[in-house]
Structure formats: structure tokens, C-alpha cells
Design a protein around this ligand. Structure first.
Ligand code: ZN
Ligand code: ZN
Length: 419
């Protein structure tokens, strides 16, 4: 099947799923709450003839299409929205509200564009059914919960994913972002940063502020810990590697003349290579424990992992294959290398658990005219709202056209042609 005919079919399907996109955008759901979205997905792919399994990893949905001998290709989309109150002014803007994990009533918005991912994957699922006479193999379309939470992909794996569906030979997916609509961006090797969030509780011995000798002051312990943590990147990470260690929260005490019992720190860590991540996390643990020991803490500190996204590594050989197919289909001027992304993604958990290579690309969603103007005036950050912004508003067309075509073209690159 020619890439021109895939692109033409993708555009025809994009016209038909535009309304679905607007509906999903207007009805976002928080992580692990994607019940409505999962229901729509299951109905749509079931009607297309996929064998559907629901409720994997709570709200995950997977469709399988067995279409003869050949490799198994997994296409992935994530489904969750964010606790953001939408300010796009679009006529299909979300007014939804939800309860966040801390019990707060919050506005809910598809501020990361996962509605684009779901719509494009439903579109590609249809395109690949309609063209099934041209290819042979097994196609898996996977709709994942809770990407924003960092746990959705792993929760599907832990729920027996690969005992319930065929294990893929390749995992493919895309994330919409502020590149011009119509453009795709591929990057080989480490691409999205690993992100870890840790909560550290330091234990002291409280008492009167006038009698510090009778206490173990957790605030002094915390202050020494924060300063020493800042030596990890400067003294333990090689100049040719990169990492970030930020202390985003520090809570302790209630009154100036009381020395409190505890202090808690919230840490955020970013890295691109597993040996760097392991070193940084290990150093944090060592420093936290050693500062507690140095202070004479009555109890060992607690270090709890709150969130963990592994580094996303695009397989070099598979990335070259998919990039070549994109260049053939879209032309070289519509395929670029976006470089390293400081955001994080958990799609790598699906490929790692399968022992399969991963290719995960950026799908442009920004208005090309506004993008060109912002680029020329050096106002990208101010004028092109990025993911997680309350003003993030991907252009519907040709974003859906390109996203449906890109998933289909990448999958067909692996599915065997019918003799
Ligand atoms: Zn996001
Ligand atoms: Zn996202």
C-alpha cells in the first residue's frame, strides 16, 4: 500500500473522527478515572472487529486484530486528563471538574493532548482494519490509563498484560506537542527524561527553642541535607552527563520557639541515562542517611518514591526505520529531530516488559503560522502554549490527519506485506 494512499485514507478518517476529538476534549477524566473514555474506546474498536479486553490496569483497554502470520505490532495511546482549569476559550473547551488524589475539587482538562492520542489511535485502528488485505501479522491497539500519574503503563504490565494479549515485537506511539501541525519529530536513543519524585522524612527530637541541647533539631538536619544534595550534580555527575536535583518542598515546624520533631523534603530528579539516575538516587539516599546520623537522629529517615518514570529510550535501529518511512510518506521537510525532551513518559514500561524496541515520536499540534511568527520573534515560550498549559489547544487539522497517518505508516513498516 502506498504512503500516498495511507495519507489520503488518514485524512478521510480524520474528517470523521473530528467530532469524537471534540467530545473527548470536552469530557476529560483524571488518571485512573478514565471510565467514560475507556467505554467509548472499547465500543469503537469492538465495532471495528478487534478482540477487546477492558479493565487491564484498572481502566486500560486493549484491542487485538490477528491477521495472519507475521510480527506483532503494538500501538499505544494514553487516555488521562490533568487537574487544570481550561482557559483556551474554544467552543469545545472542558468545563469538567474532578476530585484529585488529595481530595481537592479541581478543574479537569486534556492539557497534555491525550485526547489527540486516543482519537488518532482509533483512526489508525480503523485505517489498518480497512487495509487488512495488504498486510499480515498481529496488531495490538493499547489505550493506557494514568500516564500523568506515572503508574498507568506499569499497572497494566503488573495486571498480567502480556499474559492476556500477544507480546509485541515493536512498540510504537506518539505525543502531541508544540511543533507545527503536519510535522513529526523523531529522536534516536535517550529522548524523554527519567523523572523521580521522592519524599524524605527526617526525624529529630522536638523541644523548647530555648533549650536546643535537649533536642535533635530536624530543621538544621534538613538545611544541611538540602545544601549537601546540591553537591550531587556538581561533584558526582560527569560534565558530559546531565541531571537535575531540585528540592521543591521543605516543611517543618509550627512556631518560632518550638523545635519540631520532623522535617519533610520533596525532591524532583531528572536524568537521561540509567547509570546517572542510579548514581543520583543512590547519592541522595547516602546523603540523607549520613546527615541524619551526623545529627544524632533518634530514628532513621524515611525515603519514599512518589513517582518514577524511566528514561524513554528510542531504539536506534527501529527509529531509523520509522524515520525513513516518515520521510518517504511526508517528505523530509515535515520530519525533524526535536532533540532531548525534558518531560517524561512511561510508555517505555510497555516495551521494557515485552523486551521489544520502542519508537515514540512527537506529533506537531501547533498552528504553523503562529509557530513561524513566534519562532521568528523569539517568543516561542510566551506565544505557543505548551503541554500542561491551561491554554494548550492543538489545531485539530492537520494534526489528526498526520497523527493517524504516522501511526499507520509506522505499523505498516513492520507488518508484512501480503504476497
Ligand atoms: Zn503530560
Ligand atoms: Zn502527556
Amino acid at each position: 500500500m502506498s504512503s500516498q494512499s495511507v495519507s489520503a485514507s488518514a485524512s478521510a478518517i480524520a474528517s470523521e473522527v473530528e467530532d469524537l476529538y471534540r467530545d473527548l476534549h470536552a469530557n476529560p477524566e483524571l488518571s485512573f478515572e478514565e471510565h467514560r473514555t475507556a467505554g467509548i474506546v472499547a465500543d469503537r474498536i469492538g465495532a471495528l472487529g478487534y478482540r477487546v479486553t477492558t479493565g487491564i490496569g484498572r481502566t486500560g483497554v486493549v484491542g487485538v486484530l490477528e491477521n495472519g502470520d507475521g510480527p506483532t505490532v503494538l500501538l499505544r495511546a494514553d487516555m488521562d486528563g490533568l487537574p487544570v482549569t481550561e482557559e483556551t476559550g474554544l467552543d469545545y473547551a472542558s468545563t469538567a471538574r474532578g476530585i484529585d488524589p488529595d481530595g481537592n475539587d479541581v478543574g479537569v482538562m486534556h492539557a497534555c493532548g491525550h485526547d489527540v492520542h486516543v482519537t488518532c489511535l482509533i483512526g489508525a485502528a480503523r485505517l489498518l482494519v480497512e487495509t487488512r488485505d495488504t498486510w499480515s501479522g498481529t496488531l495490538v491497539v493499547l489505550f493506557q490509563p494514568a500516564e500523568e500519574h506515572g503508574g498507568g503503563a506499569q499497572e497494566m504490565v503488573d495486571d498480567g498484560l502480556y499474559g492476556r494479549i500477544p507480546t509485541p515485537d515493536i512498540v510504537l506511539g506518539q505525543h502531541v506537542g508544540p511543533l507545527p501541525a503536519g510535522v513529526v519529530g523523531t529522536h534516536s536513543g535517550p529522548s524523554f527524561a527519567a523523572a523521580d519524585a521522592l519524599e524524605v522524612t527526617l526525624y529529630g527530637q522536638g523541644g523548647h527553642g530555648s533549650r536546643p541541647q535537649s533536642t535533635v533539631d530536624p530543621i538544621v538536619m534538613a538545611a544541611a541535607t538540602v545544601m549537601r544534595l546540591q553537591t550531587i550534580v556538581s561533584r558526582e555527575v560527569a560534565g558530559t552527563d546531565t541531571a537535575v536535583v531540585s528540592v521543591g518542598t521543605l516543611h517543618s515546624g509550627t512556631k518560632s520557639n518550638i523545635i519540631p520533631d520532623t522535617a519533610t523534603l520533596g525532591l524532583s530528579i531528572r536524568s537521561y541515562e540509567s547509570h546517572v539516575r542510579d548514581r543520583v538516587i543512590g547519592s541522595i539516599e547516602r546523603i540523607v542517611r549520613a546527615e541524619a546520623l551526623a545529627s544524632g537522629a533518634p530514628k532513621d529517615p524515611e525515603i519514599v518514591s512518589i513517582e518514577s518514570y524511566p528514561v524513554l529510550v528510542n531504539d536506534p535501529e527501529a527509529t531509523a526505520t520509522v524515520t525513513g518511512a516518515f520521510v518517504d510518506a511526508f517528505g523530509a521537510q515535515r520530519v525533524l529531530d526535536p532533540g532531548l525532551v525534558t518531560g517524561s513518559e512511561d510508555v517505555g514500561n510497555l516495551s521494557t516488559a515485552a523486551g521489544a524496541p520502542l519508537v515514540y515520536w512527537i506529533l506537531g499540534g501547533a498552528d504553523p503560522v503562529a509557530f513561524a511568527e513566534a519562532f521568528a520573534s523569539g517568543r516561542m515560550e510566551q506565544d505557543i502554549p505548551g503541554n500542561h498549559s491551561s491554554k494548550f489547544a492543538p489545531l485539530i487539522r492537520p494534526t489528526l490527519d498526520t497523527g493517524i497517518a504516522a501511526l499507520s505508516i509506522a505499523a505498516l513498516e513492520y507488518l508484512l506485506p501480503r504476497p
